[in-house]
Design a protein around this ligand. Structure first.
Ligand SMILES: [Zn+2]
Length: 187
């Protein structure tokens, strides 16, 4: 992954007494290799570690393409919530669907449905975002809470949709509308 933000090419970069900048790799000799100050420049102090976690969160927000007008750890938590909601919603959709409707027919034989593919990729995404949030110093309890909130929200949406007896045309639009609105709610 390329570094960004003009923070040097993954070097410690601390000002040295001679007026230059430290050329050790970022996080050299600390428990946050690749990010932040080296062990000679307060990288292992509580503040040095905190700064490294913050920088890590900022980079993750960039990697995942999340909103940047809020604190990075908040953005990661929101993404956990949104993704967990999306997964819960997709899971219910898959469960309630006729398997024959879900398969994709290709010339090489049947493939799992687009829903199933999306479900699986969202699960991978959730695991990555949750890990990023934990690595950025967010408490595990908060990450689990965000997941639960997403699931609760998706459950409510599912019950509402079930009660509406939608036409197949309306159902087709649900796939666009629901994820978009889930994102809007968590933002
Ligand atoms: Zn240094």
């Amino acid at each position: 992954m390329a570094t960004s933000g003009g923070r040097g090419d993954n070097l410690c970069g601390a000002k040295t007494r001679k007026g230059g900048t430290c050329g050790h790799p970022a996080g050299y000799g600390t428990d946050h290799a690749g990010i932040g100050k080296c062990k000679y420049h307060a990288g292992s102090t509580p503040n040095g570690r905190k700064a490294a976690k913050k920088e890590f969160a900022r980079r993750q927000v960039e990697t995942f393409g999340l909103p940047r007008d809020i604190a990075p750890d908040e953005a990661l938590l929101e993404e956990v919530q949104r993704t967990a909601g999306h997964i819960a919603w997709l899971g219910a959709l898959i469960q309630s669907s006729d398997p024959s409707e879900l398969a994709q027919y290709t010339k090489d034989g049947d493939k799992p449905s687009v829903w199933m593919e999306l479900y699986q990729s969202e699960r991978v995404h959730l695991a990555r975002v949750a890990k990023a949030a934990l690595d950025a110093g967010v408490a595990e309890r908060q990450v689990r809470l965000a997941e639960q909130q997403g699931e609760l929200l998706a459950g409510a949406i599912n019950r509402i949709l079930d009660g509406l007896n939608l036409s197949s045309e309306q159902w087709a639009r649900v796939a666009d509308v629901v994820p978009r609105e889930l994102r809007a709610v968590s933002a």
